[in-house]
Design a protein around this ligand. Structure first.
Ligand SMILES: Nc1nc2[nH]c(S[C@@H](C(=O)O)c3ccccc3)nc2c(=O)[nH]1
Length: 279
């Protein structure tokens, strides 16, 4: 995958969806919290994803688990920056999953190819942090915040409201001088949504793309929406997650964010070989 600037994954052969592998950099639980072991694990996980055919590796220091307290800036930097520097020339595109402007700034200096912001670049300083660079930007919808979002998700019309939110963010970022070719959108499965809201959004993937006219990233891997319809626990949701990824790609999604890279890459290869994409 040639990942030149303004030649983002979705700018290549538009029909092939790209696979974004999830790389969670959690604290080093085996020693005194030093970075070395978690860095070693992160690099070996990245190397395995590359063997599996990953296109983008998404490095996240903070699990956005509902109810989780926010991770302090210094801790996030200590976790994420060594990994970004270790992976910057490893091959595939590198994305950083953060909503903190200072992490964005340092990640851009480290040469990341994309910034994945679950908060849609709403934090004060987030737009300034990313404006004067050429990295890709993923704008995700979230209702409320990770601490409160799953307490009582409610919408009048979830699809219309998510579209309106993403439309406003696209307009705000482009008005600030950001090239729209850098943008992709994401409905944010699991971020302030019930299972019903999530499936209404998944079924509306084509509508979001048609109305907003930017590439769409779908991130439903192993989430509760998969568990709800399969009855499976999180460690047995791979097949359901692959099914969800194909449901999104069939409607035009261009990036799927997944835990199970090898399985998703294979499923997409066979699906794309057997489905007439040029409809
Ligand atoms: N763009 C984009 N970034 C993301 N980061 C994440 S964290 C997520 C997970 O299960 O990985 C998660 C969600 C809720 C609780 C824990 C963990 N999800 C997305 C997504 O759906 N889209």
């Amino acid at each position: 995958l040639q990942f030149g600037r303004f030649n983002y994954p979705w700018r290549g052969d538009r029909v092939r969806a790209r696979v974004m592998g999830i790389l969670n950099v959690t604290p080093d639980s085996f020693s005194d919290g030093g970075q070395h072991q978690s860095l070693e694990f992160a690099i070996s996980h990245a190397e395995q994803m590359i063997l599996d055919g990953v296109d983008i590796i998404d490095v996240g220091g903070e699990s956005s688990r509902p109810g989780a307290p926010p991770l302090p800036l210094e801790q996030e930097l200590q976790r994420v920056m060594p990994v970004l520097y270790a992976l910057r020339d490893i091959g595939p595109a590198i994305s950083v999953d953060t909503y903190k402007p200072q992490v964005m700034r340092e990640a851009i200096i480290a040469g990341v190819d994309m910034i994945n912001d679950i908060n849609g670049f709403r934090a004060p300083g987030a737009i300034d942090a990313v404006r004067d660079s050429d990295c890709g930007l993923c704008i995700m919808h979230m209702q409320s915040d990770p601490q409160h979002m799953q307490l009582a998700p409610s919408y009048t019309d979830v699809v219309a409201e998510v579209i309106a939110f993403l439309r406003e963010r696209i307009a705000t970022l482009t008005a600030a001088g950001i090239d729209p070719r850098r943008l992709c959108i994401d409905p944010g499965f699991g971020f302030g949504k019930t299972v019903e809201h999530n499936y209404a959004l998944l079924k509306a993937t084509g509508q979001l793309i048609a109305e907003l006219n930017v590439p769409l990233l779908a991130g439903l891997s192993r989430k509760s929406m998969v568990g709800a319809v399969t009855g499976k626990p999180v460690e047995q949701r791979m097949a359901g997650s692959v099914g969800g990824a194909l449901a999104a790609v069939a409607q035009g999604a261009l990036i799927v964010r997944v835990h199970d890279v090898a399985e998703t890459v294979d499923a997409l290869k066979v699906w794309q070989a057997g489905f007439n994409l040029q409809r």
